[in-house]
Design a protein around this ligand. Structure first.
Ligand code: ADP
Length: 184
């Protein structure tokens, strides 16, 4: 499923983000940047030790990465030349600033990509795995945030959401159809 926003193609697909060949893939990391389970583990396994090496250097420089912020490293052995590591919020019921922090994670990731002059970025569904953010709510925040960003900035050519399982893909597809109906 795709839409054009301003000059950027926004696509949803079901699959494994570690196989994407966009200029960068985004990692749903945790503040330690030391790897973990879920998509974080998959990215470090597929990309090899060069990614963790750079993460360690970043942490020694700036400390733990705050929720809602993003940093960039090499993609190591991945097809994507870069990994943008961001930290989404842990879901605590929705009244602890979760939507704002999730929006910030997407916005800061896009900003880092733009600052590096990258043209294409892939996102996973940040926070909806171990961090427990309800997928339907997260999908709306994710898509609204990316769409708003692309209305303001036109240097990116493609933004892709790579949803791991069919249920998450369907959730994002419904949310996108609600936000930008396909009028043919
Ligand atoms: P978080 O801690 O931010 O919740 P998780 O990695 O636990 O991050 O889950 C975020 C989403 O990433 C979930 O929908 C999960 O199914 C998905 N995911 C796991 N592995 C991959 C992968 N290889 N490619 C894309 N998405 C993945």
């Amino acid at each position: 499923m795709d839409r054009v926003i301003n000059k950027t193609k926004l696509s949803l697909l079901q699959g494994d983000i570690t196989r994407q060949s966009t200029d960068a893939i985004v990692n749903a990391a945790n503040s330690s940047l030391m790897g973990g389970g879920g998509v974080d583990g998959a990215i470090h396994r597929a990309g090899g030790p060069a990614i963790l090496e750079e993460c360690k250097q970043i942490v020694s420089r700036i400390g733990r990465l705050p929720t809602g912020e993003a940093v960039i490293t090499t993609g190591g052995n991945l097809k994507a030349r870069h990994v943008i590591h961001t930290v989404g919020p842990v879901w605590h019921g929705g009244h602890s600033g979760e939507p704002e922090l999730l929006a910030s994670a997407y916005r800061q990731s896009l900003r880092v990509a733009m600052e590096r002059g990258l043209k294409s970025v892939s996102f996973p569904s940040i926070s909806t795995g171990a961090f427990g953010y309800p997928a339907r709510l997260a999908a709306t925040v994710a898509l609204e945030t990316v769409i708003a960003f692309l209305h303001q900035e036109e240097s990116l050519e493609e933004v892709v959401f790579v949803l791991f399982d069919d249920a998450t893909y369907q959730t994002y597809a419904q949310a996108l159809e609600g936000l930008l109906p396909n009028t043919g």
